[in-house]
Design a protein around this ligand. Structure first.
Ligand code: FAD
Ligand code: GLY
Length: 376
């Protein structure tokens, strides 16, 4: 049955949930306080890299990431068709670099636990490695190759999601001022600073790093915090040829089809400040030239930053609230919101439709941090 759904937040998560709910026949509105895709989602490097981003083991978060990677092929093609817009979705594969003999054991441990999950990881050393990545520093001892990891051009992907939503009949309302929630008659109601009210059967909370602001109204502890990522881009040239995503313990580089090399990213605590600092970019530059010596002689042509929505335990908040089943949380995707957009969209829409999500989301229950200590 068609429901009226209000999605709060127009980043990659809100737009993906809106797109999926709309194509299932629901009437969807997205409320965004700024421009669509103007925060973390537009700032992201766009890596779809569950193996490289999760080195520790096959926990529920890794499985969620992997499921999303599997959904991506069909998902991105559906977004392209629905929007009429194209965007880069590139299967470059990835290399996770190690500098010392002592790190080889850690690479092999990763390879062993990741092997059953289908990407055929392989440790590559010596001349073979430098044939794959000729500009890579000769200090790199070996790398773990994952052929299935891929990337997307995040700003264009988010634009396409926005267009797909519009074409599908989703109402997109930007520049909403001071959206506030209150509970009356046992249900959540929304209104903005202009006194306009927004009523729906279901509300989806997907306002990223700002999600903690619903804590008081919902009587729920929502420990979502902004972690700033500073990031920069260089022009690729004959001296600097990069064809895979390359990771190391300090960061990553991603070659884009537009001829740029995106190099990220810091993790700093700066509240909701999205400025770029000299120190932050300098640290990236110092690290980048260890991976690609050609970068020593180059300056980034673009520097920017975004706020990752981090949770207290590093897992997203995904599912409906038992006390307010009209509220579905889809937030806290930290470093992997671009990767996790298809699985989150499917899971949130399944929760709304009373269906079983594609993966078990019990571990991501949004009430796991208990009630808010702030009185309601
Ligand atoms: P956002 O994109 O921040 O969207 C939230 C939206 O909610 C914003 O537009 C905001 O204006 C709006 N909002 C806030 N409060 C309100 C309110 N009260 N009312 C209405 N609207 C509101 N992920 C990957 O998967 N791969 C990567 O390679 C990758 N690289 C990254 C690199 C950097 C430098 C950064 C910063 C992040 C990266 N990420 C990556 C993480 C990814 O960007 C985030 O996980 C993802 O964008 C989160 O999406 P979101 O929609 O939850 O948040
Ligand atoms: N996933 C890359 C980043 O968050 O910087």
């Amino acid at each position: 049955m068609s429901q009226r759904i209000i999605v709060i937040g127009g980043g990659v998560i809100g737009l993906s949930v809106a797109f999926e709910c709309s194509r299932r026949g629901h009437q969807v509105t997205v409320l965004e306080k700024g421009g669509f895709g103007g925060q973390a989602s537009g700032a992201a490097a766009g890596m779809l890299a569950p193996f490289s981003e999760n080195g520790e083991g096959a926990d529920p978060f890794f499985r969620l990431c992997l499921e999303s990677l599997k959904l991506y092929g069909d998902w991105q093609s559906d977004v392209k068709k629905a929007s009429g817009l194209d965007f880069e979705y590139e299967n470059t594969g990835s290399l996770y670099a190690a500098y010392h003999d002592a790190d080889l054991l850690a690479l092999e441990t990763r390879r062993q636990w990741q092997k059953p999950f289908g990407s055929e990881p392989e440790i590559i050393e010596g001349e073979r490695l430098f044939r794959l990545e000729p500009s890579l520093s000769r200090e790199v001892r070996a790398a773990l190759f994952h052929p299935d990891e891929t990337h997307i051009y995040a700003p264009d992907y988010v634009k396409a999601l926005e267009a797909a939503c519009l074409r599908g009949g989703v109402q997109l309302i930007g520049n909403v001022v001071q959206l506030a929630a209150e509970v009356a008659g046992g249900r959540v109601h929304l209104k903005d600073a202009a006194g306009r009210t927004y009523e729906a059967d279901r509300y989806v909370v997907s306002n990223g790093a700002w999600s903690g602001e619903w804590q008081q109204a919902l009587g729920l502890n929502i420990p979502v915090y902004p972690i700033r990522g500073q990031i920069c881009a260089y022009h690729l040239n004959e001296e600097l040829a990069v064809s895979h995503m390359v990771f190391a313990s300090q960061g990553y580089v991603v070659p884009k089809a537009n001829g740029s090399l995106v190099c990220g990213a810091s993790e700093d605590i700066a509240g909701f400040d999205t400025s770029v600092t000299e120190r932050g970019i300098q640290r990236l530059q110092n690290w980048n030239k260890r991976l690609y010596p050609a970068l020593e002689r180059m300056e980034p042509f673009h520097r920017w930053a975004g706020l990752r929505p981090a949770t207290q335990d590093g897992y997203p908040l995904l599912g409906e609230l038992s006390r307010h089943p009209e509220v579905v949380m889809a937030t806290g995707h930290y470093r992997n919101g671009i990767l996790l957009s298809p699985v989150t969209a499917h899971a949130a829409a399944d929760v709304i439709d009373g269906r079983q999500p594609p993966v078990d989301i019990a571990r991501f229950a949004p009430e796991r941090f208990g009630a808010s200590t702030v009185a309601v």
